[in-house]
Ligand binder design. Structure first.
Ligand code: CS2
Length: 472
């Protein structure tokens, strides 16, 4: 490898302040991470590195990318080193992260993934596979109508889904030495630990393994599924990020990540076996993550989605653009006021939290595209908006936000969604209330679809949005 490209040999050319504060060569794969995207590399990886720098240990990460070959190839070409640029109002700082020690793909590297899940030294499995990555059916178990899930349940190799690989790997571990392991979901879902446990157990229960009851009993005693809340805004990496990283490092980096400096990680104190000393790196270990999780999902992610759909309707491109409009910052504040009654006590104060969000969203150094946040809306709003409406806390702001989503699901719109075709088929310009009801039903909310007042309130907002006007 050329010394003009990031890698261990090139570290001496990187400014000393930007080098990893751990020796990457002293780390071993002890965490298996499913979902090796930009978010993980900007969040759990540097936090784990900071914990090791503070307290010692050999906690390295083997990361599995369900889809992206480019990330895996780029990391391998750079001895798994990559840079993280953190932006805040005062400026930007770039450092090399050395916590990832192996990069794998789910299918081509299935045998290695299985070996790591069976390795007693691997004591933690973390996940960022996105809401849709869990392939949940209506009961929380696997969606057996999904062909990939069906293939995994039939035992076809290699596994096609992260949960299929995880459940099969954990079962093999339980059949062998049975060493304890913590499975820690870091996805934006309320009760993400409970959801992950239900997905894994549901998979085992739906299998035709003759020993499935024994596997389930072993999972009960040897595996913990804590819930957690992760927070850091990490837009998709751009060419501009690559140029800026190379300038800061003095060597090229094909897989840099960039995000805001702000970071939060709250983890339920429930582990099986050893774990990294994350609290030494600022991680909050708590008995109940729900107040933090619901505040973050409903205020941050909830207003992100609202800004995305309304901003796209108004012709904005990024979150910072949307916040800079006359309605952007007031929308974030008004949504917080509307949602607040649905939040449990014990979390951050909603008004102050919203004020901080306005500042974070306005960060001019983050080029966070609204289309990125708007993607997978059918999965995201089910976590961010529907529970608020069901709790009776919905009002004009959520009605407007929902109208934005309806507008963004029209046939021919470029916002990605696993249900895009089904959503587009719900649209009938001659029947706006029917359109709204069909869309809510398709997104898994037949109860909300049957709420005539809600449907009418959302439909009433569509004409102005169709003309590009956001009227808060
Ligand atoms: C965003 C999140 O893309 C999205 O849906 O709302 O990725 C958000 O940036 C993070 O959850 C912030 O922690």
């Amino acid at each position: 490898m050329s010394s003009t490209q990031l890698g261990r040999a090139a570290l001496a050319r990187v400014p000393a302040r930007a080098r990893p504060d751990v020796d990457p060569g002293a780390l071993r794969p002890r965490i298996l991470h499913l979902g090796l995207g930009a978010f993980h590399r900007a969040h759990q990886a540097p936090v784990t590195q900071r914990a090791v720098a503070a307290a010692g240990g050999d906690w390295g990460i083997a990361g599995v990318a369900p889809h992206s070959a480019a990330t895996v190839e780029g990391l391998r070409a750079q001895d798994h080193l990559y840079s993280l640029t953190e932006h805040d109002a005062a400026g930007s700082a770039t450092t090399v992260v050395g916590a990832v020690v192996e990069a794998l793909r789910l299918r081509p590297d299935a045998a290695r993934v299985a070996a790591l899940l069976a390795d007693p030294d691997v004591a933690v499995v973390t996940l960022t596979v996105t809401e849709k990555g869990y392939r949940r059916g209506s009961g929380g178990g696997p969606d057996i109508t999904d062909p990939d899930v069906a293939a995994d349940l039939a035992g076809l190799v290699p596994p096609r889904t992260p949960i299929g690989a995880l459940a099969s790997g954990l079962a093999a571990r339980m059949r062998g030495h049975g060493a304890p392991v913590t499975v820690l979901s870091c996805d934006n879902m309320a009760g993400n630990g409970v959801a992950t446990e239900a997905a894994v157990r549901g998979f085992v229960a739906a299998s035709d393994w003759p020993d499935r009851d024994r596997v389930l009993a072993a999972l009960d005693s040897a595996v913990r599924f804590p819930s957690s809340v992760v927070d850091r805004i990490v837009p998709a990496t751009t060419e501009g990020d690559r140029v800026a990283a190379a300038r800061a490092l003095g060597v090229g980096d094909v897989v840099p990540v960039a995000g805001e400096r702000y970071l939060q990680w709250v983890v339920e104190r429930s582990f099986a076996g050893p774990r990294p000393p994350w609290e030494r790196a600022g991680v909050e270990l708590v008995d109940d993550v729900a107040p933090y999780a619901l505040t973050k999902l409903r205020l941050l992610n909830g207003s992100h989605s609202a800004l995305a759909y309304l901003g796209l309707a108004a012709g904005a491109e990024t979150v910072a653009d949307a916040v800079a409009t006359g309605w952007g910052a007031p929308l974030v504040r008004a949504l917080a006021a509307e949602v607040a009654p649905s939040l449990p006590t014990g979390g951050p104060a909603p008004a102050a939290y919203a004020e901080a969000l306005v500042g974070r969203f306005a960060n001019p150094r983050l080029h966070h595209r609204l289309a990125q946040i708007g993607s997978d809306g059918s999965q995201k709003i089910a976590e961010r908006w529907f529970p608020v409406l069901r709790a009776g806390a919905g009002g004009p702001v959520l009605h407007l936000a929902l109208a934005g989503w309806v507008h963004a699901t029209r046939p021919g719109t470029p916002v990605a969604d696993p249900l895009a075709d089904a959503l587009a088929a719900c649209h009938d310009p001659a029947d706006p209330t029917g359109t709204v009801a069909r869309l809510l039903d398709a997104a898994g909310a037949p109860d909300l679809a049957a709420d005539g007042d809600l449907v009418a309130a959302v439909a009433a907002r569509l004409p102005a949005l169709g003309a590009g006007r956001v009227e808060l």
